[in-house]
Design a protein around this ligand. Structure first.
Ligand SMILES: Cc1ncc(COP(=O)(O)O)c(C=O)c1O
Length: 469
């Protein structure tokens, strides 16, 4: 039995040990179990592990090196050579689009990213250290499915204070981001007999696919300059809807007062459920008051979802759902079928991060940074693209740039790519209906002000290119 390599040697065999080892490692490389660049154990360690002479390992390694399977790297020992098997060269992103690294973009303006260079590493470490020092043995046992009590309690008061969410620690569940929340909600809806769920159109294509994969049918409902069209929603057969009321994804429009009221009236009338994805509300740069969560209007009808993906980093995978009390057990049953809860240590760390005021401090810094970037982009658009219009509320980590009627969206996206700007058109987010306005959905949060001015200037060059073609 070897611990260092998944490889067995047959001591009864007439095949010499060197050859067994050589062909065993070669097969592992060819099968892709040992990947290019993977380190091999030192000859001393592997020999001890396999209980064979070190010279056997040295010889097998030397033969494989001569054959080009292994390379010997100064100081870092022996590694698998880069044989570049065919499947390695054609890696694409999860969406089937070229992976980020394969796109030759000077400006990648695709949405969905927070500026993780601002992640407060030292502060986070302080919280995690404190948590590890004070965690009880119970904290290291399997967690409660709904999440760590400390974080649920902290989030309850935080969300009440900053988003007017009305919830209690008992009806709040922590999740691995909103994505897991959505998976749980989808399963909950199936358990409750829903076959369909209404979604905003345009909306998040990934979320739509997610719902479909779980077995729900997403029903597209158009969005206009007041947000989701509640009349069209009422005309659909869906009794559940997924919405982004504060900063519609991707148009950026805010659900109007009258539509908020109509949405809640609809939910009460059809015995429906509103899923509120409050994904980027911490960033609001408008002079107008930031609208509170819709959940506060009807806590018995709305499941409110949020996450730390935009405020801190998506890699943390920390999210939450605040659900009506009667849905909490159904959600817990769905959760029990999925996993055994989220990491308690990370949750305690986040609870401490909120409780000690570090989240507020971090948000103040990031708001300033994102606001300056948006302002720089807005000014550059006014200067360089005077026929373009930024629509939707100035908020969140992306902005919607409406394009003039004389430009085709597809042509502009293509011309922009040729000028080094990777950006998506509104059409990318459309499901069934044409987007209310053709335009570009610009992820502006991860770029410096200078870089955004450069991107606007490259877009202006793309426009000139189309017009002279
Ligand atoms: C519309 C929308 N909702 C939610 C999220 C956050 O998802 P998660 O919390 O799983 O990272 C994103 C992230 O890009 C998003 O675009």
């Amino acid at each position: 039995m070897a611990w260092q390599l998944q490889l067995n040697l047959d001591r009864q065999s007439t095949t010499p040990l060197i050859e067994q080892l050589r062909s065993g490692i070669k097969s592992m490389i060819e099968a892709g179990a040992l990947r290019p660049g993977a380190p091999l154990p030192s000859s001393r360690l592997l020999a001890a592990d396999l209980r064979i002479a070190r010279s056997v390992v040295v010889e097998a390694y030397q033969q494989l090196t001569a054959e080009g399977y292994l390379i010997s790297v100064d100081r870092s020992g022996t590694r698998v050579a880069n044989l570049a098997p065919a499947q390695d060269r054609a890696v694409t992103g999860a969406s089937g689009e070229p992976a980020l690294s394969t796109v030759s973009a000077r400006w990648d303006l695709r949405t969905g990213l927070a500026d993780v260079s601002g992640f407060p590493r030292a502060e986070w470490l302080t919280c995690l250290r404190r948590v590890l020092q004070t965690a009880t043995p119970e904290h290291l046992e399997y967690p409660a499915l709904a999440g760590a009590a400390e974080l649920r309690s902290e989030l309850t008061s935080y969300l009440g204070r900053v988003r007017a969410v009305r919830t209690t620690a008992d009806t709040l569940m922590t999740t691995a981001g909103f994505a897991q929340g959505l998976a749980l909600l989808s399963n909950m809806l199936l358990d409750l007999g829903h076959a369909t769920v209404a979604v905003e159109d345009p909306g998040h294509p990934g979320q739509r696919r997610f719902l479909e994969d779980i077995g729900l049918r997403p029903v597209p409902v158009p969005v206009d300059d007041e947000g989701i069209d509640v009349q069209a929603l009422a005309a659909s057969e869906a009794r559940a809807v997924l919405v982004t009321p504060v900063h519609q994804f991707p148009t950026g429009v805010v659900l109007s007062e009258s539509r908020r009221a109509a949405l809640v009236t609809w939910a009460r009338k059809v015995d429906g459920i509103i899923v509120e994805d409050d994904y980027d509300a911490e960033f609001w740069f408008d002079d107008a008051e930031r609208p509170p969560a819709v959940q506060g209007l009807a806590p018995e009808r709305v499941v409110y979802g949020g996450s730390a993906s935009k405020t801190l980093a998506p890699g943390l995978r920390i999210g939450w759902l605040a659900a009506p009390a009667h849905l909490t057990p159904v959600l817990e049953r769905a959760r029990a079928r999925q996993d055994l809860g989220s990491s308690t240590i990370d949750q305690l760390g986040y609870a401490d991060f909120i409780a000690t005021g570090r989240l507020e401090r971090h948000l103040r810094q990031m708001r300033r940074r994102y606001r300056e970037r948006l302002e720089a982009f807005t000014a550059a658009v006014a200067n360089l693209l005077p026929d373009f219009r930024l629509i939707g509320s100035p908020a969140g980590l992306h902005t919607f740039l409406a394009i003039p009627p004389y430009l085709g969206e597809r042509a502009l996206v293509d011309a922009a790519a040729r000028r080094g700007v990777v950006v998506r058109g509104a059409d990318h987010f459309a499901f069934h209906h044409r987007p209310p306005t053709p335009g570009l959905v610009v992820g502006d949060a991860v770029h410096s002000r200078d870089s955004l001015v450069g991107a606007a200037s490259a877009l202006a060059a793309a426009v000139r290119m189309i017009r002279t073609d």
